[in-house]
Design a protein around this ligand. Sequence first.
Ligand code: NAP
Length: 259
Amino acid sequence: MDLGLHARTALVCAASAGLGRASAQALAQAGVAVTITGRNEEKLAIAAKEIAAATGAKISYAAGDITTPEGRAAALSVCPSPDILVNNAGGPPAGDFRDFSEQDWQEALNGNLLTPIALIKAVIDPMIERKWGRIVNITSGSVKAPIPHLGLSNTARTGLTGFIAGLSRQVAQHNVIINNLLPGAFDTDRLQKLAKVEAEKSGKSLEEVVRARAAGLPTRRVGQPEEFGAMCAFLCSQYAGYIVGQNILMDGGNINSTL
Ligand code: NAP
């Protein structure tokens, strides 16, 4: 399927690994010139090289923490006016809300609410002028079914969801299309790290924890990043112009709901 994205440009944040990287690769496969970001420059440069080799697309990179003004400035200096923006960053830590400090809350709100808003603000007006833009925010299934002990994430991400619900409907008339993509359990480094913590706590092996996680899902498996990347690229495609302000859940059917 030709997604109609040849010669488009994209800024994909937090994309040297995991869901961001898979999204960057799927866009590159569709003919998009992609800029990826990440904090570890060495890892980022390798990812850029690998994606370019796999797809033949032009891949640039900008190292930096996307949750800081400097990191965002670095990203925007390499890719100042993208046709496509994929907002992504690491998730906040888990824990009991009684233990979170004021700074924990500020960091979660900064990383998962204010950072995507700042990037949208930086790129949206040229998209409106060009009458073409696509923005996908990687959030979490937790915005539909909040996860106990992920209070920081639940709060920051539902805040972004509310903001996007309003903004997406303001700009759709200009063919600037904004949606959120909500992962459930996907096989990334983050999932492995969380499983490792659980294994240490419970005394089970890592394999047991990962297997139990998969067994609890209707699909009996966790998602693969390539599946996520393909959906992200579709939401950026010429065919996504009538999908506005939606929260697309990819969780193997984990959340049982008719909505
Ligand atoms: P991941 O495998 O841990 O990948 C994280 C990527 O983001 C790496 O490239 C990392 O590179 C980069 N990164 C992290 N923080 C960054 C920052 N502040 N600035 C720039 N780059 C940053 O994570 P993932 O599983 O793909 O998850 C992506 C998002 O989806 C996260 O917000 C996560 O909470 C959410 N999510 C994931 C799942 C899942 O099952 N995987 C489920 C629900 C929600 P550097 O470390 O070099 O910066």
